[in-house]
Design a binder for this molecule. Sequence first.
Ligand code: HDL
Ligand code: ZN
Length: 414
Amino acid sequence: MPIENEAQLKQTIWDVVHRTPVLDIHTHLYDARFGERLLWGIDELLTYHYLIAEFFRYSPMDCDEFFDLSKREQADLVWQHVFLENSPVSESARGVLTAIGLLGQDPRSRDLGAFRRYFESKAIEEHISDVFRIGNLESVVMTNDPFDEVERPVWEDGIPGDSRFKAALRLDSLIISWDDACKSLKEWGYKVKARLDKNVYTEIKRFLVEWIEKMDPLYMAVSLPNDFDFSDKSNTAKLLHKVIIPLCIEANLPLALMIGVKRGVNPAIKLAGDGVGKADIKQLEQLCREYPQAKFMVTYLSRENQHELCVTARKFANLMPFGCWWFLNDPETITEMTRMRLELLGLSFIPQHSDARVLDQVLYKWAHSRWIIGMVLQDKYSDLWRTGWRVSPEEIERDVARLLGGNFKNFLAR
Ligand code: HDL
Ligand code: ZN
């Protein structure tokens, strides 16, 4: 049925954005096979490191004293300070309430005990299916680390996984701290030494090929500090050029570069203590120019890098910008970035990923993002409408499917 006017156009966009299943391309979720690594429930939601950072802004409590408490005691304190004594207006706090509301709980009750009883009444497999159904998720991509002592045995045992959870091979443990990784690889029987040379590169490649075999990852990924220099003589740079990028090309796997984190700005608050720095876009320009056959999925952590990422993506078709990462994952910045990307890149980008660490977070992260992406698309298609160009409902479905998963799948298949 053709769209007759702007009101119908906006309604069609809204409906399509909300009924199109999402492929969530970067999360820290795990399927049930990984046991304790799969976080879910209200106490995990309340002790998300984003909320812990906010707790310490309200409470003078000593950090070590807080972290010595049980998860439940920490959650009680976050609930008290971030939700009850101050209205939960931040994105992370509001998100908890959106998530439990979508699960049928009543945030108006403010009854933390009732929320806990709800989650205690759920079996994990049933809960996973509920979350995927309510969140309208096609699948999520995990962050998988061969050096993680809980993950390793699960992969080595070859236990079949849940097809809704895809793998991504995360490289930080291997290439950011090569000296530590080298010790582990030696223990596992690889002929490596701290000083990198051709033979060591060959062994590292063998290690990675074996893990690609085990995990069948959709891509490889690494997060890099804002001041990382691909051309320097660091082990990380050498390993990227000598092993990682060539292997990504050979295996036709994208390399996801997540650039701009300053790890441990305040180590006292642990995971919550990482900061952000603006990176030099010249690094990415050089990389895309030097490796035209490689496929780079890139997200920057600094708001100040977003426009130049869009401009650089206009220069290189092998560069796929993705997501509103971490400190950018809030309505104000998602709106700005999505609008900028549509205006500079059309539909050729991946607007969002959840980065969820707790299963239930995908509910709020995607509910909030669908709302914003829907609002921005309504604006942009209205702008298009005013030129006299007409779009059909099928074309809107095609376009939205690309943004919420199709562009990622096409980039993998390139
Ligand atoms: O390096 C990453 O993948 C980041 O997303 C970190 O895990 C960070 O702690 C995070 O959870 N951001 O949302
Ligand atoms: Zn992440």
